[in-house]
Design a protein around this ligand. Structure first.
Ligand code: HAM
Length: 420
């Protein structure tokens, strides 16, 4: 009987060939841009103590209550695969006293995150985020910088037409007051809300604004707007953020109903969507979280940041842009016969030493078979070494696009190709 094949876990994808190349390019472009904006990389563990996420993201959120991969390890420790990057960065900031070492901390990260959601297009259980966190400044310019960087990043990654939506949730006091107000306003209608919203009503009422249920949406039309209930200081902060964005010509719309699925936000919250995506249309999101460092046992350090989802960016990119990101083999060496193979192997290594990306078929197959592989590799040139050429100390160099060929002496190969 044939053994049952083992598959990758549900909602977790293998990335290879062009998909992996695309991801590398996206990440490299991001790293260059993060350098330009003065961010340095932080790498935190994939696993953290579960309490880190319950205390930061919030135990009434979907992420913590339903979506974490949590387990008890052999030492009876309760651990979770990280569902996001902000809480681990803050944990590390506190644990390593980064505020004292660096003052204002501008950190970026790239890596996999894990949420056990129902998989669908653009929603995976292992997905990849690129994110930044600015820890140690309450300035509206920090919020603006983070959003400007995110929009520039999306554009640099080839994603035009991303839309930025923005709101202010107010400070911790404002949030609490607004929660109370909302509860009062909706108390008579609680039984008309969907089951999920009834649970949200008690635990995390702001999340009601995220409900997709039509009857809940209708009920909420008459509900008060958060933005109208924030204090003077928060309003001033929000105005300055908007002004800084406008001055830099970053387009945005204010959405007074925008709430986030994580509890740690105060003041600015934002989300970026793209029309090429279906129901999972957020390519990135973020905001300010002034109380989180303190709540996790650190100093008073106001902070803000964003994360974009690489899987969704890859999905939203149009096919032309993806096609442009092919693996870049420049030369394919095609030896014909055993002796030519040894010479071909030397030429191959010489090309690589000179920084020219090159490949060769090891199996000394027919000219036709090798040329087919050369074609598939996307190489610009084939260097063909037949027996006649070998005797003459020469090769044929073939332009794979226009099919023109010419003969070159062994000594001229690398210099000629470099000059092409
Ligand atoms: P988030 O909105 O939960 O925020 O996630 C940010 C982005 O990660 C989303 O906009 C989406 O592109 C991607 N993403 C989330 N879940 C999935 C999934 N299941 N499959 C594919 N992509 C997904 C955060 O994680 C915050 N830590 C952002 C932040 C940074 N706030 C402040 N600093």
């Amino acid at each position: 009987m044939k053994e049952k094949r083992i598959k990758a876990p549900r909602g977790m994808a293998d990335l290879f060939f062009d998909d992996a190349v695309l991801r590398q390019r996206l990440e490299n472009t991001a790293r260059d841009l993060f350098d330009l904006y003065g961010f340095s990389e932080i790498r935190t563990p994939i696993l953290e103590e579960t309490a880190l996420f319950t205390r930061s993201i919030g135990d009434a959120t979907d992420i913590v209550s339903k979506e974490m991969f949590s387990f008890t390890d052999r030492g009876e420790r309760n651990l979770s695969l990280r569902p996001e990057g902000t809480a681990p960065v803050v944990r590390s900031y506190i644990e390593n006293d980064l505020g004292k070492k660096a003052g204002l901390c501008k950190l970026y990260y790239a890596g996999p995150m894990f949420r056990s959601e129902r998989p669908q297009a653009g929603r995976l259980r292992q997905f990849y985020q690129l994110g930044v966190e600015v820890i140690g400044s309450a300035s509206p310019y920090a919020d603006a910088e983070v959003m400007i960087l995110m929009m520039e990043l999306l554009q640099k990654l080839g994603l035009d037409g991303a839309e930025l939506k923005l709101n202010s949730l107010g400070c911790a006091d404002d949030k609490e007051k607004f929660n109370r107000l909302l509860k009062k306003e909706l108390s008579g209608q609680k039984s008309a809300l969907c089951k999920d919203c009834q649970a949200r009503f008690d635990k995390n009422i702001l999340r009601i604004f995220d409900c997709k249920n039509e009857s809940c949406k209708r009920l909420l039309r008459a509900a008060p707007d958060m933005l109208e209930h924030i204090c003077g200081g928060c309003r001033d902060h929000f105005d300055k953020v908007k002004e800084a964005l406008s001055r830099q010509k970053v387009g945005f719309t204010v959405d007074p109903r925008l709430v986030r699925g994580l509890d740690y936000y105060t003041q600015t919250a934002f989300e970026v969507t793209h029309k090429n995506l279906g129901s999972q249309n957020a390519v990135g999101a973020g905001g300010r979280y002034d109380k989180l460092v303190r709540e996790l046992g650190g100093p008073d350090a106001p902070a803000c940041g964003f994360a974009v989802g690489l899987d969704r960016i890859a999905l939203a990119l149009d096919e032309n842009k993806k096609a442009a990101v092919k693996a870049a083999i420049k030369v394919f060496v095609v030896p014909l016969g055993g002796e030519a193979q040894a010479k071909g192997f030397s030429i191959l290594q010489e090309l690589r030493k000179q920084g020219i990306a090159a490949e060769m078929d090891y199996d000394a197959r027919s000219l036709k078979a090798q040329m087919r592989r050369a074609d598939k590799s996307g190489a610009d040139y084939a260097v063909i070494i037949g027996e006649d050429e070998l005797k003459k100390g020469a090769v044929i160099i073939r332009n794979m696009k226009d099919k023109s060929q010419r003969e070159l002496g062994f000594g001229q190969i690398t210099d000629s190709i470099k000059g092409l």
